[in-house]
Design a protein around this ligand. Structure first.
Ligand code: F6P
Length: 364
């Protein structure tokens, strides 16, 4: 019996379970393959006792509909930077990658399918360079990888954000308010851009287009006449004013590398008030609602395509590569190529032009 190990790393997103199920369903057709899952990315392999789970048809029945991941995930630590607590309470990070590869050999693992974002895929590449048979499956709710047209989870997040705009529109109109919706998007503003167009917002602020407060002020004032009016602003968590910085806090969580973004909606309201904007404003931070819950049909399908393709790449021995969607095909691209090319909102792209054509202001 051959063994393939599946690990899900980084922030979760809707569709991870559909990938796991697709790997298992495709593997079961081969008869001589068994699928196991490492709990919380590779931490399950690195822990003592080992935390793994056999993934058979029974274990994955119906999970394509569920959000999250049945094998857990983490965006802390990993085989190249395993946190170790010193006696004085401080932390060091150890490279346990060789030890992990030996443990995988001991467990009879022939190949690894690593589902995760850029951080996880950097780990995949590092392990591949050390001789491990790894295949990457891209996962980013922010849709910020150029190697693939879309990643699963993104459309589900856009749906949640759009429904939030739809709800805010009616309350903004009832109270003559400006309602500011903060959505996810660390470096890429795709969720904000899609939700602003789909929901019909007046202002859309993304990390790629730093904003000028006066331009936003102009746009919002144009929406009011004799105190009556309303407007919706959709802002990415990673948006910033021209010459300014993102809003967030440094995390105190051990092994967590990112700044925890959050607060740009409140900052924007505050700054607009300070600049003399008179209408009432309220802020909504959508946060992890965008990452939870049932994946939309599009994400279930894309995730299933990724899972089947990933296992077929195992059969063909196409290691060191990542699954990618290039319409209409699902292809394999070298991990190195995928990691080097982020997918940011180009201010001249057709979707931005569409938004501008609809009268949406980017504050620029
Ligand atoms: O990178 C994806 C993302 O959803 C970002 O948009 C967000 O800043 C981050 O993850 C939050 O992750 P977590 O709260 O799980 O650390």
């Amino acid at each position: 019996m051959k063994r393939v190990l599946v690990a899900t790393g980084g922030g979760d997103c809707p569709g991870l379970n559909a990938v796991i199920r697709a790997v298992v369903k495709r593997a079961e057709q081969e008869r001589d393959w068994e699928v196991i899952g490492s709990i919380e990315s590779f931490n399950g392999i690195l822990r003592e006792p080992t935390e793994i789970r056999v993934l058979d048809e029974k274990a994955v029945a119906g999970i394509h509909v569920q959000g999250g991941t049945i094998i857990g995930s983490t965006n802390k630590g990993g085989p190249f930077a395993w946190p170790i607590k010193n006696k004085d309470g401080s932390w060091d990070y150890a490279d346990r990658s060789d030890e992990m590869i030996r443990k995988l050999q001991y467990l009879g693992v022939d190949a690894v399918i690593s589902v995760g974002g850029d951080g996880s895929q950097r780990i995949s590449q590092g392990l591949f360079e050390k001789g491990l048979n790894v295949i990457g499956v891209p996962k980013t709710i922010d849709n910020d990888l150029l190697a693939t047209d879309f990643t699963f989870g993104f459309q589900s997040a856009v749906q949640v954000a759009t429904e939030a705009v739809d709800k805010l529109v009616t309350t903004a109109a009832s109270h003559n308010r400006v309602l500011v919706l903060e959505v996810m998007g660390r470096n890429a503003g795709w969720i904000a851009l899609h939700a602003a167009i789909a929901g019909g917002a007046e202002v859309c602020l993304v990390p790629e287009i730093p904003y000028d407060l006066n331009k936003i002020l102009e746009k919002l004032k144009s929406r009011y006449s004799r105190g009556k009016g309303n407007a919706i602003v959709v802002v990415s968590e990673g948006a910033m004013p021209k010459g300014g910085e993102v809003v967030g806090v440094k995390s105190t969580e051990v092994g967590y590398e990112h700044i925890r973004l959050g607060g740009i909606a409140h900052k924007l309201s505050y700054d607009l008030k300070e600049a003399g904007f008179e209408a009432d404003m309220r802020e909504t931070v959508l946060g992890h609602l965008q990452r939870g819950g049932v994946p939309v049909a599009y994400d279930r399908i894309l995730a299933s395509q990724f899972g089947v393709k990933a296992f077929e790449m195992v059969l063909k021995g196409e290691f060191g590569k990542m699954v990618a969607y290039r319409h209409p095909d699902i292809i394999a691209v070298p991990l190195t190529e995928a990691l080097d090319r982020p997918n940011f909102v180009n201010p001249d792209c057709s979707l931005v032009r569409t938004a501008r054509g609809l009268g949406i202001s980017f504050g620029d």
